[in-house]
Design a protein around this ligand. Sequence first.
Ligand SMILES: Cc1cc2nc3c(=O)[nH]c(=O)nc-3n(C[C@H](O)[C@H](O)[C@H](O)COP(=O)(O)OP(=O)(O)OC[C@H]3O[C@@H](n4cnc5c(N)ncnc54)[C@H](O)[C@@H]3O)c2cc1C
Length: 537
Amino acid sequence: MPVTHTTSTHEYDVAIVGGGPVGTLLAILLGRQGKRVALVERWTQAYDRPRAVTYDHEIARILATLDINSENDPAISYHDELYYWKDAELQNLQIVDWQSTSASGWRVRYWFNQPELESRLTGIANGFPCITQFRGWTTTDLSQDASGVDLTLQRNSDEVGPNGETQQLRAKFLVGADGANSFVRTSLGIENEDKGYFFDWLILDMIPKGPYEMKPAQWQLCDPKRPTTIVPGGPGRRRWEFMVLPGESNEEIQKPERAWELLEPWGLTPDNAELERSAVYRFQARWAKTWNKGRCAIAGDAAHLMPPFAGEGMCAGVRDAFALGWRLNAILEDKMGIEVLDSYTTERLAHARHYIDFSQELGKIICISDELQAAERNARMKAELAARNNTPVPTDICQLGPGIWCEESAHAGELSVQGVVKTSTGQDRFDQAVGRGWVVIGLDADPTEALTEAQRKQLTLLDGMTIKIGSPGTPCYAVDIDGTYAKWLAQINARYVILRPDFYVAAAANTPQVLQQRFDKIISQLHLQTAKAEALA
Ligand SMILES: Cc1cc2nc3c(=O)[nH]c(=O)nc-3n(C[C@H](O)[C@H](O)[C@H](O)COP(=O)(O)OP(=O)(O)OC[C@H]3O[C@@H](n4cnc5c(N)ncnc54)[C@H](O)[C@@H]3O)c2cc1C
């Protein structure tokens, strides 16, 4: 007979449902600012099925704020090579630049193992006493009122303890990072927009027992007989993804014996490799129509799903966590109004949609199993590649949707450029050498002098800072060692840039007057809490 009892209500600043990469990262971002976080996760153990293997430079920049350095971490690898798409005869159809260093200061792509990253994040979260983790508990009910959100948690019988045991939580805010079938999204009555895109792929994670070299390291085989993705899987691992063809059975194809048959042409056998995981996934493309409602928000797969062809699904979720982190911290510190959560939806939804569309377009090219269509595609893509002399396409730059940035300003709404700078404490990438938050930089000009007194106080309220960057040999706080800032600001004809806590450009300006106007515009969108702002005035 299940025991049913309800313990007393616990109070938190933020309750997060879902302890995947997105929920756990958000918990850390709030916990390190001292917020009381309840992180509720259905399972006691990390989910160990194959999923993400690659993230981009922006995620490397975010992980660096947790002291996870993608350049020299034993669990993360990179390959300084281009990314190729080839036809069945191994002729190039497309070449993508995955070997450069991106403008944001990190390599374009890194490779990793998702369960390892998740356990790393959980380990970091464990270090914050203000984060309480409810593992083995499922959120089964929620309701919100003007001042908070109430949650009911139920103990999982198949995990720990008797089914039926429940407890109540109350938090000022709730974030649903509870994956594709999000209970939070459904409970809030938020509908999905669905692109009606479905393809099933078999995902095989392999651990070669000895050295195994794949040339090129990362590529797509666009063979209509079996579209295949061949990529690294982080140190010591390789990943193969095989499209399940029309008429094939998902159950049948994911059996180990079938997996080994598919791997044989690639030189992998049970003697020289371990089949770590084999699973069929249905690739989908969809997004939730809004990502915030009252005191609740959704993030990660709960808010968007995309096929993994661009390697951007988890990346989008990590950006969500980062975008929510600075907003929720500021709201909870009575600095900003709850209205800033609206810009979370408008900015992030448009950004994620870009990657959903992009991934879906890639999928349309890759998932062709018809010989005639494949021949047409090959001819078109080869002609396009030849027309641009086989030049690799750069990875794209994506802008936020409308929100807290000045549309009239160059580079605003885009990830900021990052260079190496030297300060009195050492030399490093700007984020590590100087720090992050609301930062106004001035090139060979002191932004403190360019702002009005009232604006300096507003920046103080936001825990922001002004940084003068200068060429080597000039008086400044941060020396532009490799000329990155001189080049960037010359390109956008600016002397000042306002950076946000998520590294996006809020505004750029070439005179103190324009800086002041644009600073005011940004501040007006932050819903600064007037009592605090007036007290500082
Ligand atoms: C085959 C494949 C390959 C991929 N490759 C890449 C890639 O290379 N790069 C990339 O960026 N992305 C990739 N992705 C996408 C990436 O894996 C996901 O976007 C990412 O895992 C989403 O993280 P999340 O935290 O939002 O959700 P999840 O990882 O799904 O976590 C949600 C958590 O919520 C918990 N939960 C759910 N409901 C409740 C409830 N009611 N109460 C309590 N807990 C609950 C679940 O147990 C789960 O742990 C890939 C996906 C697939 C399937």
